[in-house]
Design a protein around this ligand. Sequence first.
Ligand code: ARG
Length: 559
Amino acid sequence: MDYKQHIADKLKIEGVGSEEIYSSLALPPDPAMGDYALPCFRFARIFRRPPAAIAEELKNSFPTDGVICEVNAVNGYLNFKVNKAGLADSVLKRILSEGEKYGSSEMGAGKTVCIDYSSVNIAKPFHIGHLSTTVIGGALYKIYKFLGYNVVGINHLGDYGTQFGKLISAYKRWGNREEVQKGGIHAINDLYVRFNSEADGEMESEAREYFRLIESGDREANELFEWFKDLTLAYVRGIYEKLNITFDSYAGERFYTDKMQPVIDELTQKGLLKDSEGAKIVDLEEYGMPPCLILRSDGASLYATRDLAAAIYRKNTYDFYKCLYVVAYQQNLHFRQVFKVLELMGKEWAGDLVHVAYGMVSLEDGAMSTRKGKVVWLEDVISKCVEKAYAVIDEKNPELADKERTANIVGVGAVIFGALYNSKIKDIVFSYDKVLSFEGETSVYVQYTYARANSVLAKAEEEVVPPEAYSPNPQESEVLKMLAAFPDTVKDAAEKYEPSFVARYAVDLAQKYNKFYIGCKILTAEGDAKKFRLALTKATRTVLSTALALLGIGVPEKM
Ligand code: ARG
């Protein structure tokens, strides 16, 4: 139940709406003072009376009930205490009966959300720079599904462009079928890098010719292209599997080859297309942006042209309620331009397109960039994290059965969580030691807490049934309040496109649970206290695992 809403609905202040009351309700610094506090200083100006007097008066006009059991006026604040026994009863019962469905919703029923994420480039390295889009998009996918939306995950493959001409040219010069088949994406990448370092004018024009052959439907050129694409996809699918990522569509840029002409016709017909030194553009000067390039002077289409066609295709095919693009902030301008052009075309749904921008990921030693040839493949980051996780687990708990499986869950989780924990727009420096710390704000810490709760329940060997009427102590209450906040946290994460809210929530809940675990006896407690604490432990275990699952992270039974 939403306690803030309950208070906001019940508290009547003349001239102040319940929404304003809701947003003013804060958590008091010391939980002993109350669970929610309303500062009355702002109202002093409206009513021209001291805040303390206003708080006193409001206190008298707020009858307590089964939900709010105590109201106090202290120094201009109105403090509310939630009926913990009631809270305990309703929250615990709900979680224990709903299990992993707790926090889910039907709010999205009948609405489709398209999420364009990961969107790898064929024949190019899948490197650490793709980590954020992959795991942020993957988490949003799961979060929206959890809230009842129909979700379409789209991998807008970068499978269009002159680089494929270069690749064919390189393959014809130096390539060997068996080697490429065996080496897969790495062999392809080597050929591409070699081409770029050795290419002269003659090779460049040969590459252009091969690209033209792909475009004109030449059989051999297209077979080679499809082969490179298959090898790349086989490789990235392996990584998606490790990261628990799925897609419903792999319609990439090439898919729009025959869907661009109608867009160009429509732009022309609506008088939006202008000539500029032989190229075709949409002028966006009025909106403070450089022109959106639609056709180059040689008639070739561009990245933006394909995104225009893709947006229209997605609207026609999926009739989305929202279409999200999880793409680095370096492409801010690109998406502002594309969205603006669609708006100018009169697509009233242009406002439903959202660029979910995120910051850069780099490693501690600064390695990342492709151009310098210092690429860090995502696959290597995952393997290294799993390896290190194994070492950490082996040191902490050498007796653990199934160490390899556990290390995999922990290591993969750490990679995902490391990229998700911070607000998405921040640039992050990925540190193996940090993401694998048992003490920090990490998935490892959350997983460890899950395993701890699990072992408490295993040792209890009794059915978990919450007691009928129980008044929780402050440490227990803190856990309860966190548990009650889960459904709102998930909704907030979806609304703000911030899986980090769920990640932070998981750490917060784990911290509160550990405080309780250290402060209160569980297995040696008696009667209702024991029953309650076991129920609290079970509910925490459920919610921790749901929260991690929404991020694509698993939980080890033991650690
Ligand atoms: N392949 C692109 C890149 O690596 C990202 C594509 C994002 N999606 C889109 N519809 N433009 O930069």
